[in-house]
Design a protein around this ligand. Structure first.
Ligand SMILES: NC(=O)c1ccc[n+]([C@@H]2O[C@H](COP(=O)([O-])OP(=O)(O)OC[C@H]3O[C@@H](n4cnc5c(N)ncnc54)[C@H](OP(=O)(O)O)[C@@H]3O)[C@@H](O)[C@H]2O)c1
Length: 404
């Protein structure tokens, strides 16, 4: 996601001269144009819904103050002035924010080594437009509900470029599951999976944020789907999605089960775990099999970020099976993004796509409510407890807006 975020920051930086605080952070070395500064201040005040939304003067946000894959060590809560949107921006009062496995890669500075702390954390949010710039007002108005992904989502209010916001009909956390997790599964399988009816697909971390979508899209393509997970409850959830063979690897040996039940091998692997799971999946690839590297979460908490992998015999293994390993990184497929999102929104509206959200209702300490819950939510994901997409409810519904 890094390059996308950087590109977005870069573009935002230009559009928020004179307004957005986040733009100022991203803009060190770029000189604001005085004329626009004056214009922005006048109209942004005009379009701020101070009364209706009760915008306070200060807010809380999470800031990476030290590079570390230990999220609690890296990130701290700060109280800052609520930012003002620039000409083409929206000020969004975040209602829900999404947790991603890569939040700790970002806090470790792995996405962009040139990015030095302090910088804002969080990739995606959904909420209500409470302020906007003049040109943004041609497409949005106060009270609209938007979803977005971009840096700085772990905040009570976030400035978001209007053209990168997605209007959504309601502030449901389910929409948040589509921005990164759903889009990754949709585009990766479409572009790199080459799925054919009747093929066998293995999804690792299948009951998580992106895994749940990979299972469903592979089923929609007429494939036989195997999904790995760490509990019987998750296995039951996978069954409910249509997964043919959930494997709870804490009670069944994954390697033995795959070898015994799928002697011809696996055609496509949607692989998120890395290390020994990646090795095992490579070994089980069928002739002409395709393994898509989605992530390697088993290494993210380590200093290097990369789990051990013995790749010495890889060329032989791939050659002998005419198999391939393909990497996927969402920012490289942005030309597919709009279509993917539109298609998933339609499926969800028609009841053809489950977007499972886990707000931590069963977590120790209870539901993830308030920005400070982001820390607990990250721990919860890394303990493998989540079923579906981990989401934090940042703020209660706004009383002034019926759509909430
Ligand atoms: N390439 C891209 O553009 C892209 C975009 C989005 C996400 N991703 C990747 O997709 C993967 C899943 O991300 P997500 O945000 O959707 O998370 P998630 O799947 O909602 O949560 C992570 C899950 O991974 C499983 N897991 C397996 N081994 C683990 C370990 N050693 N430590 C912690 N968890 C482990 C756990 O499920 P079980 O306990 O059931 O195994 C856990 O619930 C990550 O690798 C992430 O980097 C990649």
């Amino acid at each position: 996601m890094s390059s996308l975020l950087l590109a977005r920051n870069g573009r935002r930086a230009i559009s928020v001269i004179g307004g957005g605080r986040r733009g100022t952070d991203a803009l060190s070395g770029v000189h604001p144009v005085t004329r626009r500064f004056i214009i922005d201040m006048s109209y942004s005040a005009h379009f701020m819904d101070f009364k209706g939304s009760s915008i306070p003067s200060t807010m809380k946000k999470l800031v990476v103050t030290k590079l570390s894959p230990n999220f609690r060590e890296a990130v701290s809560m700060q109280t800052v002035t609520v930012p003002t949107p620039g000409d083409a921006d929206l000020l969004v009062r975040n209602r829900y924010v999404g947790i991603n496995a890569s939040d700790i890669n970002f806090s470790a500075g792995r996405y962009d080594p040139s990015l030095k702390p302090p910088f804002d954390a969080g990739f995606e949010g959904i909420g209500e437009v409470v302020g906007l710039g003049l040109s943004a007002s041609s497409r949005y108005t106060i009270g609209d509900i938007v979803a977005y992904f971009g840096s700085g989502a772990f905040a009570e209010y976030t400035v978001v470029p209007a053209k990168e916001s997605v209007p959504v009909p309601a502030v449901k956390p389910e929409f948040l599951t589509l921005l990164v997790s759903g889009a990754t599964a949709y585009i990766a399988l479409k572009r790199l999976g080459d799925l054919a009816e009747g093929e066998t697909v293995l999804v690792t971390a299948a009951a998580g944020g992106t895994g749940q979508f990979a299972v469903q899209f592979a089923k929609q393509a007429g494939c036989h789907v195997i999904g790995t997970c760490s509990s019987n409850e998750k296995a039951g959830f996978l069954k409910s999605l249509g997964c043919n063979r959930p494997i709870n690897y804490t009670s069944e040996d994954l390697a033995k089960t795959l070898k015994k039940e799928y002697p011809k091998g696996i055609d496509v692997v949607y692989e998120s775990v890395g290390g020994s799971v990646l090795e095992l999946a490579v070994n089980r690839l069928a002739n002409k099999g395709r393994l898509i590297v989605i992530g390697f979460i088993s290494g993210y908490q380590t200093a290097s970020g990369i789990p051990p992998f013995t790749g010495g015999t890889l060329p032989v293994k791939l050659l002998q099976k005419s198999a391939s390993i393909r990497g996927f990184f969402l920012p490289h497929f942005l030309s597919d993004y709009r279509e993917a999102l539109g298609s998933m929104m339609q499926m969800f509206a028609k009841g053809k796509l489950v977007c499972e959200v886990d707000c931590g209702d069963l977590a120790q300490g209870g539901r993830f409510v308030g920005l400070e819950s982001v820390f607990r939510a990250v721990d919860y994901m890394y303990a493998g407890k989540n079923l579906g997409k981990v989401v934090v409810e940042v703020a209660p519904p706004s009383v002034s807006n019926s759509k909430l």
